[in-house]
Design a protein around this ligand. Structure first.
Ligand code: NAD
Length: 706
């Protein structure tokens, strides 16, 4: 046996999956596994085989970057390779630690026995990428743990610790000890017994399986045009319970092939990879170290401050919440306690954990304790004078090297940094509401922010489970700046002939979580009016529909007032459209001398989407976003953009930039747009790329190489 393929110990060959960081099963690792297995089978001294993973885990699964490459189609392909492994005459045992996900778990399922460390995370997450497991997972898992539990895991794409599945039948042994040693011992025992348990040969039965799967199908909500992967998962698991293994594997393979060519998979894969890319800072000097963050101070105990405190406590960080108003502080701490107690009561957290999290948060009405903090996050009123007062004070009391962050949504971060004598330690951490829930975190890089401060913020984001994107300084950063163009366009659609409910319905049917007018009602139309006024003061050429101001003049402030773009009747979940609002919209068109016309849903969607993307190109050109795919992450993680559509920049890239330019030209030709002509002026970067026949993707590659 060639020693570099595997080592042999008392008749057991140990094959190590070694492809850092995740041991993904791309072609090189599949080839290595194939060669090593062949060598082991051919070697008479080998009686059994153990497969383990090097480094942090067993295997993170297939390599999704390989799908479009020729190597993705090269033998050994995952499915046939695992069928062969299962048929092996010598026992093969999987020794798992860390993680065994997707194709990694499928490999373990095809082995004749499985030993896992109790902490190993296992799961088949393919459905989250719009796929079904493609290497026998839907056929072998139900044979080991039963149809119902397997379908649950496959449908949710959830991961579980081996300890929690100890009695499921998935593992032959779950241990806190040395998995490889125990797997070797088991492999020897299996070789001695001469009995091999092949997963695929096990029966897979369930009484009334068709009734069960029909029930599950009935409960699946498929967004229009959204992923059909969940339904395909049900088909595959049903096939496992009703057909012979070979037929079931064929059903799975056909579903996998169909889904991997679907636009949903393309979008979901794009976002999956974009999120990982976003975590990397492009120009970080090599060897940059992060600063230590153990204690956090949050200034301001309002909506955002209390949410941020919870986000920190959830990650085990100790928090001092500083609020100038004792009554507000008391309320914030009460709400925080009630939140954790309710989680414990509903069984979502153990009471021990809930109590520990409550104990991590202390409150104060003075800044005395702030000097202990490694990181201070300011979340006081959105007013530069108030921010000045707070940052001057922080500059005086914070310890040297402490990171000073602002949660400002719109203010100039460089101006805030200049209130201190340490602008290198200042950055923006723009959380979204509710901060303990929303995934997105915009990390705002000031002109002087030090690289290690940025690197620390990105590491902190990972620790607290946020999806971080770096943004430069501009009004509204990436997300809110683009949102403003989107809302502006939504208003212009009203002037021309649409009604708020039609705009919302069209874009929600397309997949957005919430249409622009429902969103404005939720955020508060009075707040929107303030933001608009400030923007128009700075840039009078901005074209907002007058309907926004007419609405506020009527006191239709939104949900909180019971009336906004819609009537919000208490006790009713869905808002109702309002005749008063319709009259207001029509009056505005009349005032502009516009003949209202029918606008198709398709055009509504197009105009909203291109409004977003055009601003995205400007943001990219100005260097506010590091890469186009970061913009997609902002929109999918923070603004309810459907993940399976991949984000606004992915959408226009797929469509073709030349076509996008032509559509924008058509929109600006409409009579209603003479007054809003510059709205559709294309971003110079868009024009340049379209003229060169280049793609956003090529831009990402160039800038990353630079
Ligand atoms: P809020 O009005 O709910 O809370 C602000 C709190 O700060 C108040 O409780 C106030 O008493 C306190 N405060 C004011 N001056 C203080 C001082 N000197 N020291 C200590 N506490 C002080 O406001 P919010 O919605 O939580 O917003 C806070 C910041 O977060 C703003 O900059 C806002 O733009 C930003 N933001 C808000 C949202 C949102 O959806 N609400 C989202 C992202 C960012």
């Amino acid at each position: 046996m060639t020693l570099d393929l595997c080592s042999v110990n008392e008749g057991v060959a140990l094959i190590t999956l070694d492809r850092p960081p995740l041991n993904t099963l791309g072609l090189p690792l599949r080839r290595h596994l194939d060669d090593a297995l062949h060598a082991a089978m051919a070697d008479d001294a080998v009686r059994a085989v153990v497969i383990t993973g090097a480094g942090r885990g067993f295997s993170g699964g297939g390599d999704i970057t390989e799908f479009d490459l020729p190597s993705g189609g090269h033998a050994p392909l995952p499915g046939p390779q695992l069928d062969q492994l299962e048929a092996s005459p010598k026992p093969v045992v999987a020794a798992m630690h860390g993680f065994a996900l997707g194709g990694g778990l499928e490999l373990a399922l095809a082995c004749h026995a499985r030993v896992a460390h109790a902490n190993t995370q296992v799961g088949l997450p393919e459905v989250q990428l719009g796929l079904v497991p493609g290497a026998g997972g839907t056929q072998r898992l139900p044979r080991l743990i039963g149809v119902e539990q397997a379908l649950n895991m496959v449908l949710r794409g959830s991961t579980h610790s081996a300890a929690s599945l100890r009695d499921s039948g998935l593992f032959d042994r779950v241990t806190d000890g040395d998995v490889v040693r125990e797997a070797m011992a088991l492999a020897r025992a299996l070789a001695d017994s001469g009995v091999l348990r092949r997963t695929g040969a096990l029966p897979c039965r369930m009484d009334n399986v068709q009734a069960f799967t029909a029930f599950v199908r009935g409960g699946l909500k498929t967004a229009p045009g959204g992923s059909t992967a969940p339904l395909a998962c049900v088909d595959c698991v049903e096939a496992a319970a009703t057909q012979p293994l070979r037929k079931g594997l064929d059903v799975e393979a056909a579903a996998f092939q169909r889904l991997r060519h679907s636009p949903q998979f393309a979008g979901l894969r794009h976002v999956f990879l974009a999120e990982r890319r976003a975590a990397h800072l492009q120009d970080l000097p090599p060897g940059t170290q992060t600063r230590q963050v153990r204690r956090v101070a949050v200034i301001g105990g309002g909506t955002m401050g209390s949410g941020i405190a919870m986000a920190m406590a959830n990650a085990g960080l100790s928090v001092l919440l500083v609020e100038r108003d004792p009554a507000v502080l008391e309320r914030a701490l009460r709400t925080l306690r009630a939140h954790y107690e309710s989680l414990a009561q509903r069984g979502k957290l153990s009471s021990e954990t809930a109590f520990a999290r409550i104990a991590l948060v202390a409150g104060a009405v003075d800044y005395d304790g702030v000097s202990q903090a490694d990181l201070v996050i300011e979340a006081v009123f959105e007013d530069l004078a108030v921010k000045r007062e707070v940052f001057e004070r922080l500059d005086a009391v914070a310890k040297p090297g402490a990171i000073l962050a602002s949660n400002t949504s719109m203010l100039d971060l460089n101006a805030i940094a200049a209130f201190t004598r340490r602008p290198q330690d200042v950055l923006g951490l723009h959380f979204f509401s509710p901060a303990q829930v929303m995934k997105l975190l915009e990390v705002v890089r000031g002109a002087d922010t030090a690289p290690d401060v940025l690197a620390t913020a990105m590491a902190l984001a990972r620790k607290i489970g946020k999806t971080a994107v770096v943004s430069g300084v501009c009004e509204g950063f990436i997300g809110n700046r683009m949102l403003e163009s989107y809302l502006m366009q939504a208003g212009l659609l009203l002037d021309e002939g649409a009604l708020p409910q039609q705009v919302d319905r069209a874009i929600e049917a397309w997949g957005m979580a919430m249409g622009p007018f429902r969103m404005c009602d939720m955020a508060g139309n009075d707040l929107g009016a303030k933001i608009r006024a400030a923007r128009i003061e700075r840039d009078p050429t901005r074209v907002y529909s007058g309907t926004f101001d007419r609405l506020v003049a009527l006191g239709r402030f939104g949900q909180k007032a019971g009336r906004g773009w819609y009537d919000h009747i208490s006790g009713q979940r869905t808002p109702t459209s309002s005749a008063e609002v319709q009259a207001l919209v029509e009056a505005q068109s009349a005032q502009l001398g516009l003949q209202r016309r029918a606008i198709s849903d398709a055009q509504i969607v197009d105009r909203l989407l291109l409004a977003l993307a055009n601003e995205g190109f400007k943001i990219l050109e100005e260097g506010i976003a590091q890469r186009a795919s970061d913009i997609d992450v902002v929109y999918t993680a923070g603004y309810g953009f459907p993940r399976w559509r991949g984000g606004p920049m992915f959408q226009v890239e797929q469509r073709g930039l030349g076509d996008v330019l032509a559509a924008m030209q058509r929109f600006s030709d409409g009579p209603a747009y003479q007054r809003a002509d510059h709205f559709w002026r294309p971003a110079p970067l868009l024009v340049r790329l379209a003229e060169q026949g280049a793609t956003l993707h090529s831009l990402d590659n160039t800038s990353e190489a630079a």
